[in-house]
Design a protein around this ligand. Structure first.
Ligand code: NAP
Length: 253
């Protein structure tokens, strides 16, 4: 039956940046579909997500790790397997957004942003792959953005990283699709989270952005739940290297 293909019972999902925002909403959706959840955050402030996951009757493990620090990333996937027994789904979602004119963008900030949005993503994919190869099955979902397709304003590092995520997704899909791993990307538009708060509240940019969204509103993080469960489940087994846009019509305009 088709809806059974979306079930994630018995699966384990590692979601980075699941302490709040889009990561928390995706962790909730994956737990509601049956998956146990490992949450990575920088702060370790993951009590709210734990509560949500455990209310679904699923297991939860919280891992504190600054993904910009290679030493802290080391062995992260192994820790998930030690705690929850396996890894079936990896959602690379953690991220930051910093905004400066390109000519003033501090190089150190540029490098930090690439670490969390790109290098850490590749590192975790590399860590997860051997477990997924052994199972002959795995789902990797990288979080891009509409800035996977656009340059934006004063976000050179973010746009570079989000374009890079599409290339990484396709490259890994080409290498790993025959080994049972589906690697895909979700590209969200403008969603109501802490990261987007300053932009939404900006008296100039806020109304400009709202006016340009064809459906006339910002996204609710829960509106990514359907697509992440789809990409994490057997229902998407023939999808490899896709970038799925969820943006209220932003890119169609
Ligand atoms: P958010 O609300 O600011 O949450 C960011 C999450 O990432 C938090 O859980 C945070 O952990 C974690 N994180 C940040 N830096 C980290 C680091 N160095 N190490 C470990 N964890 C770290 O952001 P969001 O809006 O949900 O964004 C999530 C993803 O969606 C990002 O990749 C973003 O680029 C992408 N995205 C967002 C939008 C949007 O409109 N919101 C649109 C397109 C794409 P702590 O809680 O511990 O700080």
């Amino acid at each position: 039956m088709i809806l059974d293909q979306f079930r994630l019972d018995g699966r384990v999902a590692l979601v980075t940046g699941a302490s709040r925002g889009l990561g928390q909403a995706m962790a909730k959706a994956l737990a509601e579909a049956g998956a146990d959840i490992a949450c990575v955050s920088r702060s370790g402030n993951d009590a709210a997500t734990r509560n949500i996951v455990e209310l679904c009757g699923r297991r939860f493990v919280g891992l504190t790790c600054d993904l910009t620090v290679p030493e802290q990333r080391r062995g992260l996937v192994q820790r998930v397997v030690d705690a929850l027994g396996r890894i079936d789904i990896l959602v690379n979602n953690a991220g930051i957004g910093t905004r400066h004119a390109p000519e003033e963008y501090p190089l150190v900030e540029f490098e930090t942003l690439l670490q969390v949005h790109l290098t850490a993503v590749f590192d975790l994919c590399q860590q997860a792959a051997p477990f997924m190869f052994r199972q002959g099955r795995g789902k990797i979902i990288n979080i891009g953005s509409v800035m996977t397709f656009e340059g934006g304003l004063n976000i050179p590092a973010y746009a570079a990283a989000k374009h890079g995520i599409a290339g990484l997704t396709k490259s890994l899909a080409n290498s790993w699709s025959r080994r049972g791993i589906n690697v895909n990307c979700i590209a969200p538009g403008y969603f109501e989270t802490d990261m987007a708060g300053p932009l939404r509240d900006d008296p100039v940019r806020g109304p400009q952005i709202l006016d340009r969204i064809p459906c006339g509103r910002w996204g609710d993080p829960d509106e990514l739940g359907g697509v992440v469960v789809f990409l994490a489940s057997n229902a998407s087994n023939y999808m490899h290297g896709s970038v799925v846009v969820v943006d209220g019509g932003w890119l169609a305009r």
